[in-house]
Design a protein around this ligand. Sequence first.
Ligand code: NAP
Length: 280
Amino acid sequence: MAALILDGKALAMSREQQLSEAVEELVQSGADIPVLATILVGGDPASATYVQMKQNACRRVGMDSVKIELPENTTTKELLEQIDQLNQDPKINGILLQHPVPAQIDERSCFDAIAIEKDVDGVTTTGFGLMSMGEHAFGSATPAGIMTLLQHFDVPLAGKHAVIVGRSPILGKPMAAMLLNANATVTVCHSRTENLASFVSQADIVIGAVGKPELIKAAWIKDGAVVVDAGYHPGGIGDIDKTGLEQRVAALTPVPGGVGPMTINALISQTLSSARIALE
Ligand code: NAP
């Protein structure tokens, strides 16, 4: 049987429709238009494109965005000052610091400087800790978007073995906590994992979050598995080799059009939630 396609693009579009209505309702109730501040440090063209896509999504649902662009040679101190200004500004509901920042910047301390109530991209240590404990915090946008996608398509998680390849702070680690909170049995693999193929072959759910084109081989994946590929590389290639998978797995995310649109959707949904909470 052909795999169910976990179409993140279509789901994000339908959720944008609901978000537009919710933003309009909020504004009609007398609230200010929600605002996302984006910070881009340096001139990496891929990062600039991602930031632009996030700003476009804000506009599509009737929210505003403020674009802050800082030069490549920005210091940690200068970035911290910028984040502090945004933290203090009551008009700003969410702050997105585009990852990665140039090497001279201490990215972790800059992420952690974002006020928890404005951490709509889910990058702070405090937010990660709260989310892991099942307390309220905005989840890291990519794994939060993946969870929404899996839940929308009624992918069973409880009791299933999820194998995540990658343990980055913005993707693999929070993904593990979210799947654990949803009662999956979770294995996290990384660059020091021995015999990666043997772990992937046991997975009911495989999450590719490794950042290397097609590192995870189709042959490792068992029949009937659910395959989620967070990777995106030139030519529309993901982190997972999909050869023949469509004929034998249960479900599959397309690349592009799977995880990417859901990441942006999680970010803008969480910005709206932040604006609602600020109003309360
Ligand atoms: P990252 O920070 O580079 O982390 C990659 C992870 O993969 C690390 O934990 C690393 O292990 C592990 N790894 C590297 N080589 C490996 C190997 N040979 N075997 C097993 N594990 C290995 O990347 P990231 O930011 O998490 O991103 C991962 C992927 O998701 C990328 O393709 C990225 O483009 C994509 N992504 C997509 C979105 C979206 O919106 N669609 C958002 C974010 C990321 P160590 O920890 O041991 O180094």
